[in-house]
Design a protein around this ligand. Sequence first.
Ligand SMILES: NC(=O)c1ccc[n+]([C@@H]2O[C@H](COP(=O)([O-])OP(=O)(O)OC[C@H]3O[C@@H](n4cnc5c(N)ncnc54)[C@H](OP(=O)(O)O)[C@@H]3O)[C@@H](O)[C@H]2O)c1
Length: 354
Amino acid sequence: MSLPTQNRQWLTTQSGISNIALSSSSLPSPGPGEVLVKIHAVSLNYRDTEVIMGLYNHHSTTGSQSSALVPCSDMCGTILLSNSPRFKTGEKVLSIFNQTHLKGQVKAEHMKHGLGFPLDGVLQEYRVFDAEALVSKPPYLSDEEAATLPIAGLTAWMAVNGMRTLGQPGGKGEKVLIQGTGGVAISGLQIAKASGAEVIITSSSDEKLELAQNLGADKTINYKTNPEWEQEVLKMTDGEGVDIIFENGGAQTLRKSFDCIAFGGLINCIGYLSGKEDAMGDRTNTNVLALRRNVTLKGLLNGPRERLEEMLKFYDEKKINPVVDRVFSFEEAKEGFEYLFKGGHFGKVVVKVD
Ligand SMILES: NC(=O)c1ccc[n+]([C@@H]2O[C@H](COP(=O)([O-])OP(=O)(O)OC[C@H]3O[C@@H](n4cnc5c(N)ncnc54)[C@H](OP(=O)(O)O)[C@@H]3O)[C@@H](O)[C@H]2O)c1
């Protein structure tokens, strides 16, 4: 088989979306235990826009990356060359986010192996991976759909199942509140509904709430026209509150989550779409808020390979098709990041590489 000699890649100096640049390097070759992958589709995450804008600074354990970096972490591709018994040439694979996080609790060491920061990422035509840092792609999914799963899908899976025993997913009959209609949120809606849970979803847009209803959302709340949305959640649950919350908003939403979580519930602290800094003022301490309802407040940091494999088995059984809002060409990657950053999407935004 004749291989190309060049590899086109997008590079960021973490100085803004307008400054990302298309560049070219020589084709990398795999060492022992490694594979060369031809990348077909890359799905964009909120984190990628933060890295590109130099704003990804809330993890002290990731280390830093001062030279130009290939952004993005989530890809679907095909093995071109394999130096590992784990995969054969021609097999389709997905990346895992923290390349060394294969099982159990994430540790500081794993954070130094994040794709797209601090390691070079996947917005390029070819990349060498340690074979251990890849999983098989479920055959029923398109490349674009499958590329959405390593971060958005797995984070949502961990929010529903991460506190349960591996291999024993649950959720049936539970009430789940999901904030927003971005990548993690819509993956969460699909997973929670396929698990038999009841889902309440919030959005700033009635049109997006209608789309969420079409995907099975049981109840919807517009958080812009209904700023006291936590009271609505209580009304919708006969005053009990919800069992699981996807806390995607952060600064402006966490307090409200504490007011509509059920006793003994689980608040998954996932994102900070409404800001990272708490507003000043006389506020009840977060510890007291957790105590009042005997709540487990869990900081969520994606998940290990074993959980991604558990999730892919579930997707395959339930034949869940991730929601791809829009696909951009490789040359249009900049427009893709801008589109994602504006937040007009419902579900995932993907770059088709080949
Ligand atoms: N901890 C982890 O492992 C992990 C993994 C992935 C992502 N994250 C974080 O989780 C968050 C979501 O990531 P994503 O990739 O799903 O982002 P995304 O696709 O860019 O989500 C954007 C959507 O969030 C919603 N949103 C914005 N402000 C909101 C608010 N104040 N309250 C509720 N929803 C709001 C909007 O939905 P509407 O337009 O419907 O209002 C917006 O369209 C980000 O902060 C990201 O960094 C964390």
